[in-house]
Design a protein around this ligand. Structure first.
Ligand code: FUB
Ligand code: ZN
Length: 687
């Protein structure tokens, strides 16, 4: 989450904006104990994330805007303004692709000013304003032709909100974009539209008014952002009201095991405070859990906090892929049962990873335990960035864990696509990437917490003192981390450096995944070249000191290749191992492995070598080992194993060189190989 309050940018704050911000600060009492250091305070200078952010700015965002134009998403707004025409896209939530891309553009402009983009965004905002009805209602799927609204929209406003209309989902994305745009540019043009809409929502829904559990959550998170921005209690109250509506609808069949019939698909089967399991549509769920954390933090609601804690334990203990992906089942884009984590059919929607990053960050802000940042890091470096191709304009909607036969290969999800009819994922990535600098640090009074290892310069304030913190590293490829602390004047505070779970022998903070063997390698921490004993608190090395300009902390994380095994309840992964180095999960792709991946065995004796290859896949560390590979000879009806080099690449980088077999989990013994008779490789595609 980029920031929880307005960054203090006096030059940009209008007088009204200043009043809003001051009111916001005065109103807020309870809040997250840990504040994320705003993305505006952290300037990246690294070789891993910065190029990705640049690709997002230079390629993804322009491509998204272009695709919003080419697919008539912009035209929908123009027609809504003219009150004539016919809704010209497929889904009633297509408006949100524009909002999300504006959000991404706003964050990008904060990182790198761009007058042309600024002007284009302003033009779009004018179109959005023109499509808004006088009372604040904004939903092109109805406004274009209110007599013939979209089939999912219902005849009357809000009447289908619980099921499919997405009226409040559109509103939520509008609010998120509006706050980002205001923070980044200081301009109120989008914020005013959002506030007008939110005022209508607050006037329509609430005690004694209309009640609904929004069919697709996010309005709750958006309202909280408006509350933070304006200090208006009604936005927080309405967010809480929406949370409290879950489990109130009487039309479900609570006895049905079917998540559509019992309401669980929409997380509407029980009051939120009674929910204990991550359930239903994964994106909806993780936006809901993010909002539960927000509201718990802002209201001190203990039952809500207990519920979101239980749900976290369930998801991270039983429903998370080893790549950080969530939402196993493709029917309904939803969580499966406990331990139901199939590989070839894994759904793992990219949007669910985006939502999970938001949620993990909030859990961390609530509790300050590094385990949440461990999960966040896992999602970020694996199942989230796998969602975008290295070109920045080809995407995965769902992120498979295995491609092993011709049927998998024929599936659209075996290759990336430029856009989708339902194109929620590309635009969700477009907004997350430029917000990344906001996930590096947190602060709680005189504790400065380092969560992500990204070469960067951060301008912090500890007490009254300005403190610059410079990170230099070559993460995730190397485990050598350096932090230079530059306070304006010698200043006492605690620097808390996250020691990732994977460097402390924990593949995950639950027993869903564990390392197959222990490691004797130790984390080393030095201050000004001298090893220092340190206390490990909640997963952080705590370094209390009166810091002086130029003090240098070095942390060395062991970057061994580790074998990961799944909890035996995950039937699909029995007898299999996954490969991890640092935060990265690896996979084997056909193109590096003699055309196959499904025939490779990784016995406990296999010795892996890690090699950085600057020319490969924009620069990656590969893992190689000599392993047995199964060969099936159809002509002689014989099967044998041969010794072969296995080359594994970071999971995030797969599917950038055409279609073919891929696997994350490797059988450890020949009896665990799923035999296939023919290689499923197709010709390498020219990019
Ligand atoms: O319903 C809006 C978005 O479309 C969801 O978040 C995605 O899962 C996709 O279904
Ligand atoms: Zn999506």
């Amino acid at each position: 989450m980029p920031t929880t309050r307005f960054p203090l940018k006096p030059l940009l704050l209008t007088a009204l904006g200043l009043r809003l911000a001051t009111a916001a600060l005065a109103q807020q009492k309870a809040d997250y104990p840990i504040q994320a250091v705003s993305f505006t305070k952290v300037k990246l200078a690294d070789n891993f994330w910065l190029p990705r952010l640049k690709t997002n700015t230079d390629v993804t965002i322009p491509a998204s805007f272009q695709r919003c134009e080419a697919t008539n998403r912009v035209k929908n707004f123009e027609m809504a303004a003219a009150k004539s025409g016919k809704f010209a896209t497929t889904y009633p939530f297509d408006d949100t692709d524009i909002y999300k891309t504006i959000e991404g553009a706003a964050y990008s402009m904060q990182l790198e000013p761009d007058a042309k983009l600024n002007a284009y965004v302003d033009e779009l905002i004018q179109k959005v304003a023109a499509a808004q009805e006088p009372d604040g209602y904004l939903y092109t799927a109805r406004t274009i032709d209110p007599q013939h609204p979209h089939a999912w929209a219902g005849k009357e406003r809000w009447e289908k909100e619980r099921e499919l209309s997405h009226e409040l989902y559109n509103a939520g994305h509008l609010y998120e974009a509006a706050v980002a745009h205001y923070e980044a540019t200081g301009k109120r043009n989008l914020l005013n539209i959002a506030l007008k809409n939110a005022d209508l929502v607050c006037a329509t829904f609430g005690p004694g008014k209309r009640a609904v559990a929004p069919g697709h959550e996010i309005v709750e998170m958006g309202l909280v952002k408006l509350y933070r921005a304006t200090g208006q209690p009604r936005y927080l109250a309405t967010a809480k009201f929406f949370l409290d509506q879950r489990g109130q609808y009487k039309g479900y069949d609570p006895k049905s095991p079917d998540v559509w019939k019992n309401g669980a698909y929409w997380q509407d089967h029980q009051p939120v405070v009674a929910q204990k399991e991550a359930i239903g549509h994964a994106v909806r769920a993780e936006y809901l859990y993010s909002a539960m954390a927000d509201v718990a933090a802002l209201t001190g609601d203990k039952p809500l906090l207990a519920a979101v804690d239980s749900i976290w334990q369930n998801m991270v203990g039983k429903k998370l892929y080893v790549t950080g992906g969530t939402g196993a089942a493709s029917d309904g884009e939803r969580f499966g049962q406990n331990y139901e984590l199939p590989n070839a059919t894994a759904y793992n929607e990219t949007c669910a990873s985006v939502a999970d990053v938001y949620w993990q960050q909030r859990m961390w802000q609530l509790h300050g335990d590094a385990k949440y940042a461990d999960v966040l890091e896992k999602v970020l470096y694996n199942g989230l960035i796998s969602g975008v191709g290295l070109d920045g304009k080809s995407f995965f909607y769902s992120n498979a864990m295995q491609v092993k036969n011709a049927a998998d290969l024929a599936h659209p999800e075996a290759q990336r696509s430029g856009w989708f009819d339902c194109s929620c994922c590309p635009t969700n990535l477009a907004r997350l990437f430029p917000a990344l600098p906001g996930y590096v640090y947190g602060q709680q009074g005189r504790d400065v917490l380092v969560n992500l290892f990204v070469s960067s310069t951060a301008d912090l304030q500890v007490g009254k003192e300005k403190v610059q913190l410079v990170q230099q590293n070559n993460y995730p490829w190397d485990g050598g981390l350096q932090f230079t602390v530059n306070p304006a004047r010698a200043t006492a505070f605690n620097l808390l450096v996250r020691i990732p779970g994977w460097a402390r022998g924990e593949a995950l903070p639950t027993n869903l995944y564990t390392f197959a063997q222990p490691s004797a390698a130790k984390v080393e921490v030095k201050v000004n070249g001298q090893p220092v004993p340190y206390q490990l608190r909640n997963g952080y090395a705590v370094l209390p000191r009166k810091w002086r300009k130029g003090d240098v902390v070095t942390v060395t994380l062991p970057m061994e290749v580790r074998r990961v095994v799944a909890n035996p309840n995950v039937r699909e992964d029995l007898g299999k191992v996954a490969l991890q180095r640092g935060p990265l999960m690896y996979c084997a792709e056909w193109t590096d492995n003699q055309g196959r991946a499904s025939n490779l065995i990784v016995p406990p004796t296999a010795q892996f070598t890690a090699t950085y290859k600057p020319e490969m896949l924009n620069g990656v560390t590969t893992l190689t080992a000599t392993v047995p590979a199964v060969q099936v000879n159809e002509a002689t009806s014989s099967i044998q194993t041969v010794q072969q080099t296995l080359t594994a690449i970071p999971y995030y980088a797969w599917a950038n060189r055409g279609k073919g077999e891929m696997t994350v989990w490797f059988p450890a013994k020949v009896v665990d190989v799923d035999l296939v008779t023919r290689p499923v490789v197709q010709k390498e595609e020219k990019k």
